[in-house]
Structures are given as C-alpha cells and as structure tokens.
Design a protein around this ligand. Structure first.
Ligand SMILES: [Zn+2]
Length: 134
C-alpha cells in the first residue's frame, strides 16, 4: 500500500492562538515553517516588540506565527524538505547554503514529539505547549 513516505515536519497552525496575550498568526494554516533569525530588537526578549523571538517563519507566505504544529506530511522526502527551505531562503534574499544543515536540525528537533504537538518558541528554545488531535 504505497502511501509513500511521510515526514514529521513543523507547520503553521492557529491551534492554541490566544494562549499567550501576544500570540499572532499571519501564516497559512499547514504551511511549512522554520526558525528564523531574531533581530537586534528582540534578541534577548521572546516577548519583545518585534515578535520574531517568539515566531516561526512560513516558508511560502514569508510571514510569521507564534504557534506551530508537528504534522506528518505525506509524500514529502528529505530532499523535498531541503529544497523547500533552500528556495524559501533564496526568495527572501538569505544565504541558502545552510539549507541542508537547517533541514537536519529541524528534523532532529521534532523527532521525539508526537504528531499533533503544538510548539512555541522562546528565542532559541522550542517547547511543547499542548498536544492536539492531529
Ligand atoms: Zn524582530
């Protein structure tokens, strides 16, 4: 039964938005997200005025969300994931040389979390907020 491989990946979600007063979600539900760079304004404060220290960045929308869900993305390979990261970084004018490394880090990050886990970001720390029904 070839359902194809599925990768557990970090995706945007609205689930649990509002749990924190400064939550926001400008991403497209279900799009892939990564952990973007934090600007100087917010580098020491996940609740800072910019918001990037508590945000994940949408690979397609190039927008941000404070909530991400671990989802099984069917038919997506390791190579697809690297390519998604690479093209998103390039589109935004960032150096994409680290796309493969970043993909590996993101895969490792979510490895031990169940599908349906909602995670939030506190600067360099990604923590599980809640586990929802996927
Ligand atoms: Zn910022």
């Amino acid at each position: 039964m070839g359902r194809g491989p599925a990768l557990k990946l970090l995706t945007a979600t609205k689930t649990t938005q509002g749990y924190r007063r400064n939550d926001f979600d400008w991403c497209v539900e279900g799009e892939l997200v990564h952990i973007g760079v934090v600007c100087a304004r917010d580098e020491n404060d996940p609740d800072g005025g910019c918001g990037c220290g508590r945000a994940f960045a949408g690979l397609n929308s190039h927008r941000a969300t404070t909530t991400a869900m671990i989802r099984d993305v069917a038919g997506f390979t390791d190579e697809d994931y690297v390519e998604a990261l690479r093209s998103s970084l390039e589109q935004q004018g960032f150096d994409a040389a680290n796309a493969e490394h970043e993909a590996a880090l993101l895969r490792a990050l979510v490895r031990d979390w169940p599908v349906g886990a909602i995670v939030e970001r506190r600067l360099d720390e990604i923590v599980v907020r809640q586990v929802a029904q996927p």
